[in-house]
Write a protein that binds this ligand. Structure first.
Ligand code: SF4
Length: 105
């Protein structure tokens, strides 16, 4: 990519929601989740931070069972869940060839 192309790529895109931006992230989705949640520890936590800090809304509480639903295909591989809830989120790198492809590294 030449210098002008980089400048174009880095230009902010206006009038696009965060959800729409996240939709544009290129991913190759594996059939197997790279994220596991210890459901008992999740249920025992009064207010699991992953429900509100994950930028891709990977974690959702099932209000009927109290368990955590993991939408692993949305993961941006940012690592935030490993900082806030490492005690019950087991996050591994996606298998080789799968996961997010960032255009700018
Ligand atoms: S790595 Fe980031 S995007 Fe992926 S599940 Fe954890 S907090 Fe969410």
């Amino acid at each position: 990519m030449n210098e002008k192309s980089w400048a174009e790529a880095l230009k902010p895109v206006k009038n696009i929601s965060l959800d729409d931006r996240l939709f544009l992230v290129m991913r190759k989705i594996d059939k197997v989740s790279h994220i596991e949640v210890d459901q008992e520890k999740f249920k025992a936590h009064p207010d699991p931070e992953i429900l509100w800090v994950c930028p891709a809304k990977v974690y959702e509480k099932n209000e009927e069972t109290g368990e955590c639903i993991v939408h692993f295909d949305n993961c941006l591989e940012c690592g935030t869940c490993q900082v806030v809830n490492r005690e019950f989120v087991i996050w591994n790198n996606p298998n080789s060839g799968f996961g997010v492809t960032y255009r700018l590294g």
